[in-house]
Design a protein around this ligand. Structure first.
Ligand code: MN
Ligand code: MN
Length: 300
């Protein structure tokens, strides 16, 4: 089924903003740049253009495949000779566009990044109603292997829903036994991740987590924890957020206790950074697409 016109317009606007911000960030990022400046610039550009961040801007360096965003007062900078994934999410009234680009400061990784782009191009070519997810995964895997690289097997694209980044269905980047098929009117974040042939080709959870989301209501004794949770529900709903966006919400001296209380009560969940298991460099390319009658339309 096709999506209603007014919903499509919101997706189209979210997609346009995401594309413009991605391209601006691609041009801006430099070695030595503070990562927090990259995150804040991307997020403020999204707002300036009339969207809202659907999740904190991810800036993931080298073997970190995804889910790094700056914590408050982050001191980290873009290392020399690095490979950097910038992943941007925009929503308009809950309708999300999700897009990413890889910026290389080491010519040795150029082919790795190009291969992620090639795999994404292939995905856009083949996505259409009725395509099986097994077929999709094996085609992406083959595209990447043919160029001498390896897909990251446990990172996938995903169906997108209103206020939901991952709406249940996954688009695998490797062969995967599945009877599920792509349907008209579905919106997907399509995101092949590539790594080098000798890598493990999968990610594991790292030690840190700087991205969180609301999980469920809890009755809390700490009034500041309560205030924080209300703020989170009201402003981000079920979308991921970062602690940088909570500054000033409660007195600084009460913040740490309140926030850790929300985590330990499981009112919130955290997204740990994803690290390539053999610590090899990873590249990513991502578009958000709408499945239409005879193929797909790239929104980003
Ligand atoms: Mn993304
Ligand atoms: Mn995504």
């Amino acid at each position: 089924m096709a999506i209603p016109g007014e919903v499509f317009q919101k997706y189209r606007l979210a997609g346009k903003i995401a594309r413009e911000v991605r391209e601006e960030m691609r041009r801006t990022v430099r070695e030595g740049m503070p990562i927090i400046d990259i995150c804040e610039k991307a997020e403020s550009l999204i707002r300036k253009k009339g969207g809202k961040p659907a999740f904190p801007c991810n800036v993931s360096v080298n073997e970190i495949a995804a889910h790094y965003t700056s914590p408050p007062q982050d001191k980290r900078t873009v290392p020399e000779n690095s490979i950097v994934k910038i992943d941007i999410g925009v929503h308009v009234d809950g309708y999300i566009a999700d897009t990413a680009v890889t910026v290389c400061f080491n010519p040795e990784y150029d082919d790795l990044a190009d291969t992620a782009e090639e795999a994404l191009k292939k995905a856009v070519e083949i996505l259409q109603p009725g395509l099986s997810l097994s077929r999709f995964g094996s085609t992406i895997q083959k595209t990447i292997k043919t160029r001498g690289f390896k897909p990251v097997s446990n990172l996938t694209g995903h169906l997108i829903g209103r206020y939901l980044i991952h709406a249940g269905k996954s688009l695998p980047n490797v062969f995967h036994v599945s009877t599920s098929r792509v349907k008209e009117g579905e919106i997907y974040g399509v995101e092949p991740f590539t790594t080098v042939a000798k890598a493990a080709g999968r990610v594991e959870n790292g030690e840190e987590a700087h991205i969180f989301r609301y999980l469920k209501h809890k009755s809390l004794k700490d009034p500041y924890a309560k205030r924080l949770l209300n703020h989170i529900r009201k402003n981000f709903q079920t979308l991921p957020f970062t602690e940088r966006w909570l500054q000033g919400c409660v007195p600084p001296s009460s913040y740490e206790t309140a926030f850790s209380g929300l985590l330990s009560s499981k009112a919130l969940m955290s997204y740990p950074v994803f690290v390539e298991a053999s610590r090899k460099p990873v590249a990513q390319a991502e578009h958000t697409i709408l499945v239409v009658k005879d193929g797909c339309k790239v929104l980003t």
